[in-house]
Design a protein around this ligand. Sequence first.
Ligand SMILES: [Zn+2]
Length: 379
Amino acid sequence: MLPLLRGWRVGPAQLVRNIRHATHIGRAHRTFARGRRFGASLLIRDLGAAVNLNGYASTTAVSRRRRGVDWTVLVKLVGLVPSLLVGLMILVLAGSMIVGAIPQVPAWAGWVPFGLATVWFLLGFLWFAPFVQGFLARWFFQFREPVNAEQLHLDRSWHEVLRRAGLSGRGRYRLWVEDTDALNASAAGGNIVAVTRGALRYHGDHLGAVLAHELGHHLNGHTYPGLLAWWYSRPLAVVRYAVRVVLRVGLGIVRFISYLNVLVALFAYIFIGGTYLMVAFGVIRLILWAWEQSWVAMVVLALAVILGPVMNRQAEFRADRMAVSLGYGPALVEVFREWQSFGFDDQGGRRGLRALYLASHPPLHARIRRIEKQLPLRA
Ligand SMILES: [Zn+2]
């Protein structure tokens, strides 16, 4: 799920933040400069629309935005490889243990663990299938369908967003409501666009700006890595959960049957220690093996993992840019300025480096600055 804003939770020390923002804005500026030099067609994917570079008003119909994946998505997908490998290893290990425990299995059963792992890998893509989206929205993200009045209200702005993106009449996306008074919106899965109940008080271009930002996430493929990361980290999560359950049950028994103290504690610790050791050894062997195969690939993977949170913030800038390219820049700035007045920005300066690194969203003032830099192009 990629909410429009989560900036107020995390924020940086002033100095580092300034360096970071200076870099970001510099990069955006260079991109635009390059666009001017080499012509608009090169930048269609980069800026969302060539029309904006040429300065045409986007309130008229524009060329249809294509769905794709941008570089932030590519980096994040590469960053998923380690957890994917660990997950595959756990499944093959678990499958082998199960097959090994069955007496007199036929020879082909040796492939079952690999089949299991392959199915699990492929199931990751299922989360974006159209027929799963309703389930995801309702049960996973806890969204609800808009009631009639809400649907009408949303549709008025949403249809205009789709029209400007050249996607009119395409029923691909589905709108949902998140039952909270917070002001936010999110894009998730294959076609889910959700607005909080609180954000329903926006209308016209302001609601359009919020929705266009979320459409930007979808059109740039930003929702893919999140769900895949969640799915591919499940095997490790299950191992950790099982360990925790055994620990809790073990300690619970210890409390009630005191004479079994030593035995149960021993069993629990052997199980926990054993499981962790097995996974840890597997991971170490995997790392050593991969390093032998190609240390360059390993460095690339490590970098991709480390850069993950940075990519999240870049993705926000890119979604904002989509809103700008659809003509919602000024409205989005107004929404952000209002949020700033509510104290949603990170001006507190109490947060540490870790929070700065992990922040899912750039601070509002940085986003506003970027948007305002992009606005003159549309004049
Ligand atoms: Zn966003």
